[in-house]
Design a protein. Structure first.
Length: 128
């Protein structure tokens, strides 16, 4: 019945093998290489998720039509399609300082003098 006590003794050798393997192969260079590979494939994974989401929406619409189910309300469907079309934003939101730099650069080029090319800084530091 004392399984919890004997588990430590039972698993000690596999645990030591795993630790020795980690010490031998999990170097900082390996971690850096794995991190670099993960970030390099981030855009590819985002595209794959978008493709799957679009396919899912198409299949759902087909099944609703096939079985005569009521359509999603139009507003929800429109928002879903906008979200899918927008995709993933990689790199986060620009900081307030970056937005101010963009405004300064636009003014230096003479772009911000009128019309639809103006860049505004909204509350919260997000430029648009």
């Amino acid at each position: 019945m004392n399984r919890t006590f004997t588990a430590g003794f039972t698993c000690r050798e596999p645990h030591r093998l795993m630790n020795s393997c980690m010490k031998a192969h999990a170097t900082q260079e390996e971690n850096d290489a794995a991190r670099e590979e993960w970030f390099a494939q981030r855009v590819q994974r985002a595209r794959e998720r978008e493709r799957k989401a679009l396919r899912k929406a198409e299949q759902e619409a087909f099944l609703r039509e096939w079985w005569g189910l009521p359509e999603k309300d139009r507003e929800a469907a429109r928002k879903e399609m906008e979200r899918l079309a927008r995709g993933e934003r990689i790199g986060g939101f620009p900081s307030a300082a970056a937005a101010r730099r963009a405004v300064a650069e636009a003014e230096a080029k003479g772009v911000g003098s009128g019309g639809h090319n103006n860049i505004t800084i909204q509350e919260g530091g997000r430029g648009r």
